[in-house]
Ligand binder design. Structure first.
Ligand SMILES: [Zn+2]
Length: 275
């Protein structure tokens, strides 16, 4: 039995993905509990993951309202990288921006439930893909900053979705996509505009990746849910069920699915039946 503040699950790329439940300082290997009964109990306390303040609800996934207004990682430009305003000198936390946004990013294609374009810091590969539950992913452009990745993403999203359909992602019924073919197709479609952007940002900043390898990702899932019922600790403070799988940031129980990341900052107790 462990009690601590929930954070998003840690993961490691192996076959299948190795998941760790993070409860405060504690890290609990979850794959071993597949097929076993688990209990999550919300201790009716939420704390901001930045300042620790006791709060009733979280903003921006785990923060108090005040922190959500002053931290760069909670700014709108994190969700819309094309709005990054670092170069205008107005970043909320220039040092954080320097370390997290003014660094190499990848624009990638992935298959979460359909073809999707996304961006990620180079340090977040393959974590970002696992967090989204992608079954395959392929970096297609390497760029120098978060802002640049956003501009490319906006361009490519004219033809490719940039959102994940989490219900479909959890259905397990996902058609394979030839990402290399999709990449070639996009490069063909957008060739001229990609060249223009490369010129604009400088070719020391932009690298069009024409022959990266597809990363395939398998998840520890015994059984996909037939009907997807979403569980939350706000509504059900004691969730008790048999763990049927883990995908993205979701635990799949026989009684429904729970998005662990959504509960960041929730003081929670984890119990498991004997291994
Ligand atoms: Zn706070």
């Amino acid at each position: 039995m462990f009690t601590g503040h929930l954070k998003k699950m840690d993961s490691g790329l192996s076959n299948p993905v190795e998941y760790l439940l993070v409860l405060g300082e504690e890290r609990i290997g979850l794959n071993q509990y597949l097929g076993k009964k688990l209990t999550l109990i919300f201790e009716n306390q939420i704390n901001c993951i930045n300042c620790g303040k006791n709060i009733k609800k979280t903003y921006n996934g785990g923060y108090c309202f005040n922190c959500s207004q002053v931290l760069a990682r909670c700014d709108l430009c994190i969700f819309k990288p094309q709005l990054c305003h670092f170069d205008q000198g107005t970043c909320r936390e220039p040092k954080w921006g320097e370390e997290n946004c003014q660094i190499s990013h990848f624009v990638y294609l992935s298959n979460t439930s359909e073809l999707k374009v996304g961006i990620t810091r180079f340090t977040q590969v393959p974590t970002r893909w696992i967090d989204q539950g992608a079954i395959s992913a392929l970096p297609i452009i390497k760029v120098g900053t978060r802002y640049q990745s956003g501009i490319f993403e906006v361009l490519l999203s004219e033809m490719v979705a940039d959102k994940t359909n989490w219900r479909k992602m959890l259905s397990g019924d996902i058609t394979p996509i030839n990402l290399e073919m999709e990449r070639d197709h996009l490069f063909e479609q957008f060739g001229e505009r990609l060249d223009e952007l490369e010129m604009e940002f400088g070719d020391d900043q932009i690298e069009i990746l024409e022959d990266e390898q597809v990363v395939n990702i398998e998840y520890p899932v015994l059984e996909y849910p037939r009907k997807i019922k979403s569980l939350s600790l706000d509504k059900i403070p004691k969730i008790e069920g048999t763990l049927l799988g883990i995908k993205g940031q979701y635990l799949i129980f026989d009684i429904g699915v729970i998005n662990i990341r959504k509960h960041t900052g929730y003081l929670t107790t984890f119990q498991a039946e004997e291994k």
